[in-house]
Design a protein around this ligand. Structure first.
Ligand SMILES: *[C@@H]1O[C@H](CO)[C@@H](O)[C@H](O)[C@H]1NC(C)=O
Length: 447
């Protein structure tokens, strides 16, 4: 989560553009007009919200005028570690759920550590798997299956939801739509793939999604897991009831790893040394809530993890800048960062850099805080202003004015290549060359 305050203020005055294409699988009853905001208590007249926001500068007060039933939730105490602002770097601080709205408006980023009592000390030395990079043929065989068109089509639908807030109805609908997409890929998988899909539940309505490739043989939960993740939620940082298409932040990450997943399924990927999991996480924009739940559960079950590659915004190329894959240093595992740098140099066709950015909450930190090795890759370098200047606003769409930059599906594809390479170089890939190339005879037996 991050933002540029001035631009948020600016674009929040622009109003809410019409909602595009609605997914066919939409089973909820929704208003046909876009003049309604999606709240926890149903759909609310957007004109009324705008009128209240024009009068009431405090977001908590505004929310209570719009939806008094939110009072209890907004007063809930939350333990927040702040990444920037005057309280950055200190001990986590008790604030309230409602305070998060004010923090967002001030451009302050945080991780929500409420109730997390199994965090490791900050100097814990996580041990990543850093094997020699040696699977060039198997990795490169997957690249022709990566399709920018697929990513475009996925984002057309994913960003058409009013927002993907973890507590909202459209947040649940968008997550279920993504689950259906993943299920569809799994349904068409070749027989070599051993796939499972899970909806991982949280304390709020939006689920995370985990899709897993298993290695050959009987299930062995002692084997180390390789994880590739992106968050599926989005939020408008000016006010959470406004719309948030979240195309770049982080629809682009979700679309990028979905395409990597699809391509690996297409080639019948079967990991050799342990499972490979793809995670689409919920509630990231509220303080990494989804990834924290998953990491905490893995830690409590004693799951071993080779490494986590988190993929965040991947599509934006600033005008007149050189496209690059950036590794975030803050809260990341240094040894794994160096390894992913080498990996991306080997397989991506763009520059690879370490980002100078500080003060940012990204899902990799949910893992490193639980003692697991993890890193994040993102577009551009925020320290050089190379990130989308208006995430978390109504402007986070796939159409960007050329004077500002470009929303590039080719750039996303470079990140998808790194995700594919991460899966295969970490977990190996069973060579299926010995399998019969003839199609199997069609069964004539009655069921
Ligand atoms: C399960 O995996 C672990 C770790 O790779 C390995 O040491 C162990 O031998 C495996 N167990 C079986 C029954 O294959």
């Amino acid at each position: 989560m991050r933002f540029s305050l001035a631009l948020i203020a600016l674009v929040s005055a622009v109003g809410v553009p019409a909602i595009a294409l609605r997914p066919a699988q939409d089973t909820f009853v929704t208003p046909t007009s876009s003049n309604f905001a999606d709240t926890s208590s149903g759909f609310v007249d957007l004109e009324r919200i705008q009128a209240i926001l024009a009068q009431q500068t405090d977001p908590v007060e505004a929310m209570l005028l719009i939806d008094p039933s939110m009072a209890k939730e907004l007063a809930e105490p939350r333990l927040l570690q702040l990444f920037n602002g005057k309280d950055a770097g200190g001990e986590p601080k008790w604030m309230t759920e409602g305070d998060k709205m004010g923090l967002r408006r001030q451009g302050i980023d945080w991780i929500d550590l409420t109730g997390r009592d199994s965090l490791v000390s900050p100097d814990f030395d996580a041990r990543p798997n850093v094997p020699d990079i040696s699977h060039q043929a198997q990795v490169r065989k997957v690249f022709p299956h990566l399709s920018p068109t697929n990513m475009f089509e996925m984002l057309e639908v994913f960003t058409s939801y009013y927002n993907r807030v973890y507590t909202s109805e459209s947040g649940v609908k968008s997550q279920r739509w993504l689950f259906d997409e993943i299920t569809d890929i799994v349904r068409k998988a070749p027989p070599t793939c051993r796939l499972s899909i899970e909806q991982f539940p949280h304390a709020y309505p939006q689920n995370s999604i985990i899709a897993r490739f298993s290695p050959p043989g009987k299930r062995n939960t002692s084997q180390p897991v390789t994880i590739i993740s992106a968050h599926l939620d989005s939020v408008n940082f000016w006010f959470p009831l406004l719309d948030a298409p979240g195309a770049d932040d982080n629809g682009s990450g979700s679309a990028t790893i979905l395409e990597a997943f699809r391509a690996l399924v297409n080639v019948g990927f079967e990991p050799e040394h342990g499972p490979v999991e793809f995670h689409w996480t919920a509630g990231e924009e509220a303080g990494l809530l989804g990834a924290l739940d998953i990491a905490e559960e893995y830690q409590s079950r004693g799951v071993r993890v080779n490494g986590v590659l988190n993929v965040d915004e991947t599509a934006f190329i600033k005008a007149n800048s050189t496209p690059a894959i950036n590794l975030i240093k803050v809260g990341a595992t240094e040894k794994l960062n160096k390894w992913v740098h080498k990996l991306a140099r080997e397989y991506a066709d763009v520059d690879v850099k370490f980002s100078g950015m500080v003060g940012r909450g990204l899902d990799h930190q949910a893992w490193t805080k639980h003692g697991y090795p993890a890193v994040s890759i993102v577009e551009g370098d925020q320290a050089e202003g190379g990130w989308l200047p208006f995430p978390h606003t109504v402007m986070d769409r796939t159409t960007i004015p050329p004077s500002i930059g470009e929303f590039s599906y080719e750039h996303m594809k470079q990140f998808a290549k790194v995700a594919v390479a991460f899966a295969i170089e970490q977990a190996g890939s069973v060579d299926h060359a010995w399998r019969p190339s003839r199609p199997l005879p069609t069964s004539t037996a009655k069921p």
